[in-house]
Design a protein around this ligand. Structure first.
Ligand SMILES: C[S@@+](CC[C@H](N)C(=O)[O-])C[C@H]1O[C@@H](n2cnc3c(N)ncnc32)[C@H](O)[C@@H]1O
Length: 210
């Protein structure tokens, strides 16, 4: 990772609100969404898995329980979120590695991972950062690897709360799919709509391969 600390949007939008994120995950229905993402990701024993923008680690800790023989790594630029994630992993004896990094500057060699997961992270990046991040994902995925994304659907007619979440403006699945295809990922497609809504409105699953 480059040593430069750059601005980023933390989990709850403001650093001081991080303590609310774990309760938010439960109350807003993100638990269910994480389960639906893992159902699609098809992680198997021996797989190496990276989550970009892991926050306080809920998705990976859940995956560690489901598939204890996978090797799991989460990255996030937020040191406070990583501390929380490590604390929870330690408390439950779950061997997940959490490291500081930005999604567009991943500190891993080419072809390192079988799966990359991104959950409610891409809408924290601007359009250029999204392109750079997806290129990095393409680089670290090994042949046969897959990217699995879930994020809020910013399409206005989907009833997303665009007015409350300006970050979601223009954040449509079609645009993200185009970013994925232009980064050289293959078999890029929508992989299902979420069942019901979360506090962030409708959500959508996307996948791509290498
Ligand atoms: C809404 S949280 C999602 C956390 C977790 N993935 C989940 O589903 O619970 C978004 C996370 O993206 C992280 N983030 C923001 N900018 C980032 C970047 N450039 N690279 C990687 N992560 C970033 C934030 O720090 C935050 O932890």
């Amino acid at each position: 990772m480059s040593e430069t600390v750059r601005p980023y949007i933390p989990a709850m939008g403001r650093h001081w609100m991080l303590f609310l994120y774990d309760p938010f995950v439960k109350l807003a229905g993100l638990h269910r969404v994480h389960g639906e993402l893992l159902d699609r990701a098809g992680v198997r024993p021996g797989h190496t898995v990276l989550e970009i923008g892991c926050g306080p680690g809920d998705l990976l800790l859940r995956l560690a329980r489901r598939e204890p023989r996978a090797e799991l790594t989460g990255i996030d630029p937020d040191p406070a979120a990583l501390r929380k994630a490590r604390r929870k992993a330690g408390r439950h004896g779950l061997p997940v590695r959490f490291a500081p990094a930005y999604a567009d500057d991943l500190p891993f060699p080419d072809d390192s991972f079988d799966r990359v997961l991104s959950s409610y992270m891409l809408h924290h990046l601007d359009a250029d950062q999204q392109v750079a991040a997806v290129r990095e994902v393409r680089r670290v995925l090994r042949p046969g690897g897959e990217l699995h994304v879930v994020d809020a659907d910013g399409t206005p007619h989907q009833g997303s709360r665009r007015h409350r979440h300006s970050q979601l403006a223009g954040h449509t699945p079609e645009r993200i799919l185009r970013v994925m295809a232009s980064a050289g990922l293959t078999e890029v497609r929508e992989n299902g709509r979420g069942q019901g809504r979360t506090a962030l409105g409708h959500y959508v699953f996307l996948r791509a391969g290498v």
